[in-house]
Design a protein around this ligand. Structure first.
Ligand SMILES: C[S@@+](CC[C@H](N)C(=O)[O-])C[C@H]1O[C@@H](n2cnc3c(N)ncnc32)[C@H](O)[C@@H]1O
Length: 340
């Protein structure tokens, strides 16, 4: 309960069996004390409920006091221009392992090889490799705004039959009621307006289709929070749920994930910290109305300001390369079964 209160959750729903078990996830508060395997997940029951979480409008999710330097499409483009070179081999092993991926995809319910699936922000195809274990590659589309990331996906033998396209998560080039499953892993943190991306997820799904968004969770430890707020968007669990519910999704659930060697510790935040799913109950567009897109990617930016933001953002990102190494060392040193 203390965990939930400190996280700002006001409505709690016990979601049985959603705590990851295959990851050695024991569940803990951010001081490292253990919780049982079933976790209390904050769930906002209806849209009339007033939430303590920051509202998901653009201005509230990105207050001026919390600059996130790489939460723009242009900056994300350049960030991945360089990161794509080492993404699969250097970045993923610290944050997004194969067993985490398989755990995170499990609630997406990929039970039929004929399902039509879109993988949004699919990048180098790391998550798509998990998807094509369950669905025929020819039914899967990988979409990403970075041609450099997609070039890596194109080289993967298992993804040869996938459709691979450039596009924007906030403005998907798919018709309404198109896909059986919408998957997006580790991309929402770069979307300037995550609510818009989730509204798009709703639109492109068929009635009864399921969206599964895997993404970071916000740290509670002060230093991690400082760097998280500099780098990109680390949503709170209750924000994900609110975005899904506002977009019109039903049966919204959140499953916590994390690298095995963190032993369930979440105080530093996680780059891949949860898998959120929701079902589209009616065909057609989302009932949510939004104004025009916030970021005009065609608009010129001051190159000096851009470079400075990019540099600071990349520095903050470096902190999150070090955290998993620190946690790994702790896991090696502290006796098994003890909190770290
Ligand atoms: C951390 S990578 C995740 C890649 C892949 N899904 C995985 O699981 O490894 C984030 C990806 O999101 C993409 N991205 C960021 N903003 C985007 C946007 N607005 N539209 C489409 N892709 C975006 C980036 O180019 C990058 O490839």
């Amino acid at each position: 309960m203390a965990f939930s209160m400190l996280n700002g959750a006001e409505n709690l729903k016990l979601v049985g069996g959603i705590a990851p078990t295959g990851l050695g996830f024991l569940g803990s508060d951010f001081h490292g004390r253990f919780f049982p395997n079933k976790v209390l997940v904050p769930q906002i029951r209806n849209s009339n409920v007033k939430s303590l979480a920051p509202k998901c409008s653009l201005s509230a999710s990105r207050p001026a006091s919390q600059p996130r330097f790489i939460q723009h499409k242009k900056e994300a483009f350049w960030f991945y221009r360089f990161l794509s070179v080492v993404y699969d081999h250097v970045i993923n092993p610290g944050h997004w392992t194969e067993d985490m991926r398989d755990e995170a995809l499990e609630p997406a319910d990929l039970y039929d090889r004929n399902m039509r699936v879109v993988d949004v922000g699919g990048g180098t195809g790391f998550t798509t490799l998990g998807i094509v274990k369950h669905v025929d590659a020819k039914n899967v589309t990988i979409l990403d705004q970075s041609p450099h990331q997609l070039a890596k996906a194109k080289q993967k033998e298992a993804l040869k039959e996938c459709k691979i396209i450039e596009g924007d998560a906030e403005d998907l080039p798919f018709p309404t009621d198109y896909a059986d499953r919408y998957i997006s892993a580790g991309s929402i943190e770069y979307w300037p307006d995550p609510q818009r991306g989730i509204k798009e997820a709703y639109r492109v799904l068929k009635i009864g289709g399921k969206a599964c968004i895997i993404g970071p969770v916000y740290p509670t430890f002060w230093l991690s929070r400082f760097f998280a707020d500099m780098w990109m968007l680390f949503p709170k669990e209750e924000e994900y749920i609110e975005w899904f519910q506002k977009a019109g999704f039903k049966d919204v659930e959140l499953k916590r994930i994390g690298p095995k060697w963190y032993r369930g510790v979440r105080r530093h935040g996680l780059i891949m910290g949860c898998s959120v799913t929701g079902v589209k109950p009616f065909s057609g567009d989302s009932p949510l109305q939004l104004g025009p897109k916030a970021e005009d990617v065609e608009k010129p930016v001051n190159p000096f300001v851009f470079f400075l933001r990019f540099l600071l953002g990349a520095m903050a990102a470096t902190y999150f390369v070090l955290v998993p190494i620190y946690m790994w060392l702790k896991d090696q040193i502290v006796p098994k079964g003890m909190p770290i």
